[in-house]
Write a protein that binds this ligand. Structure first.
Ligand code: ADP
Length: 485
């Protein structure tokens, strides 16, 4: 799985959970709100009905008192009670009423209105036709009816309010359950996401980090298990490949050291044997024998020096510190110097030099170009059998100077041509023929490139090879790269 997919899936899951929680809470809150509003409406209605009952009784009492005493103060109290009664009646009419109760309530209102009408008539005729005592039973009946009707509505409303109260409690319990349930789900989702993040991201990262720390501390066999998310697996694969490549490079570097030590041993052995013959306790050999011995010593020392210079150069090129010191030279001279250098040591090979009659001016670092030609000639000798011909040719070809080194040796298979200039590469066909480390051509190509040139190869197995150093030059013989200050 990809890190992006995991993050997207976790975010989506948490978003869905949050949405569900929010919807659940909104739903239960609005249900609760509706039920509470209903309950408070009912409470308001109950209160109106109770107030109506109370003021009906007060009005009745004040009406009777006013009729009995004819006192204006009682008449005022009666009127005040009536006003209140009417106001509460209005209040009740304004309250929203459900269909079932509407009939009962309307009936109660009619009863109260009827009572009020009768009482109003009676107040009007107070002190005229009927005495207050005579009129009382009539209105008492009306008051009783109105009161009974109100009582009936009240008891219905109270019963309904009780049911509504139970429902509110129920909704409250359900809301609490929804809140706790969704909060727990959200928490669980979060914990799950954290657990997944720890399992899929944190722990693999920790493993990679531990492996890198151990590798840095010197445990070069350390490798990272390749598992978990795609990106982390890619990091683990990259780390393992890097560690394997470094191990391989180290192995090759050790091989180079061993090979260099081995190569140095040959001239050193020759030197030792020669010097042994000049022991201080023995008389010196005659001059005619001494001279070739010193010449031999000179050659072997030069060979050691060349090998060490090559090695130092390779280290410099690897470190990106190749510094060129340009000089004006004749390319023919450079080729001649190399051939002359090898002629005495390569008795068993036929070294030939093919040069143009005209000078071939070349501005380059003669030491480095000499090193390149050295390598090409040394390889031509190394990878061709005794008696084989090795030819060095110098030519001006258009805007290039070409110095070719040809041999009739083992040759190289076409599929290996592209890798010849890779570090440590050795063609299988030549491994049995001579020892080597596969760094010479790599370094030679880097030097050619530093001059703006290149080395080309044409070769066929069993037929020999031609390595050509091509250096682009201006009319006056400058390497094009050197021409640019
Ligand atoms: P080394 O000779 O030390 O192995 P080089 O970098 O000089 O390293 O050469 C790389 C490889 O190219 C050699 O190992 C050999 O396989 C191949 N090679 C180079 N020159 C020749 C040649 N003249 N004939 C055949 N093979 C060659």
């Amino acid at each position: 799985m990809k890190l992006k997919t995991l993050a997207a899936a976790s975010t989506a899951a948490l978003a869905v959970l949050s949405l569900l929680t929010a919807s659940g809470l909104t739903l239960s809150t609005s249900t609760m709100d509706r039920e509470v509003t209903r309950l408070s409406d009912m409470v308001r209605e109950v209160r109106s009905i109770m107030e109506l009952e109370v003021h009906l009784l007060i009005h009745e009492r004040e009406s009777v008192r006013a009729a009995l005493t004819q006192h204006p103060e009682h008449a005022r109290a009666r009127d005040a009670a009536r006003a209140k009664l009417e106001r509460w009646l209005e209040d009740l009419r304004a309250a929203p009423v459900s269909g079932e109760d509407a009939d009962l309530l309307q009936e109660a209102e009619l009863e109260v209105e009827h009572y009020l009408a009768v009482r109003a008539d009676q107040a009007h005729t107070d002190g005229q036709a009927l005495s207050p005592v005579e009129s009382s039973p009539v209105t008492a009946d009306e008051a009783d009816h109105a009161y009974a009707a109100l009582e009936e509505v009240l008891s219905t409303k109270l019963a309904e309010a009780r049911v509504a109260r139970v429902r509110v409690d129920e909704v409250k319990r359900r809301s609490e359950a929804v809140s706790i349930g969704s909060a727990s789900m959200l928490l669980l989702g979060l914990l799950l996401a954290l657990w997944q993040a720890s399992k899929q991201i944190y722990r693999p990262l920790l493993t990679i980090r531990t492996a890198i720390d151990r590798y840095g501390a010197g445990s070069h066999d350390e490798r990272v298990p390749q598992g978990g998310l795609d990106e982390l697996r890619a990091i683990a694969v990259a780390f393992n490949e890097m560690a394997a490549a470094l191990a391989e490079q180290r192995r090759k570097q050790l091989g180079v050291l061993a090979s260099v030590a081995h190569d140095l041993r040959n001239p050193l052995t020759a030197l030792k044997l020669t010097v042994d013959r000049l022991k201080p306790d023995r008389p010196l050999p005659p001059e005619e024998r001494l001279r070739p011995m010193f010449a031999r010593i000179g050659q072997e020392v030069a060979r050691c020096d060349r090998m060490l210079t090559d090695l130092i150069d390779i280290a410099r090129i690897e470190g990106g510190e190749l510094e060129l010191r340009y000089e004006e030279r004749d390319a023919r001279e450079l080729a001649r110097e190399v051939v002359e250098l090898y002629r005495p040591t390569a008795d068993s090979h036929e070294l030939t030099l093919s040069l143009p009659h005209e000078p071939v001016p070349l501005r380059c670092d003669p030491l480095r170009i000499g090193q390149v030609l050295n390598n090409l000639v040394a390889n031509a000798i190394k990878y061709s059998p005794s008696g084989g011909a090795v030819q060095v040719t110098v030519a001006r070809e258009g805007a290039e100077i070409a110095i070719a080194v040809s041999d009739r040796g083992v040759g190289i298979a076409p599929e290996d041509h592209a890798r010849l200039f890779d570090r440590y590469f050795r063609a299988p066909s030549s491994r049995q023929v001579a020892a080597g480390v596969g760094l010479g051509l790599w370094a030679a190509q880097r030097i050619a490139e530093a001059h703006g040139g290149r080395i080309e190869v044409t070769s066929a197995p069993g037929e020999g090879s031609t390595f050509t150093l091509r250096l682009p030059v201006t009319e006056t013989g400058y390497c094009t790269r050197a021409a640019r200050p």
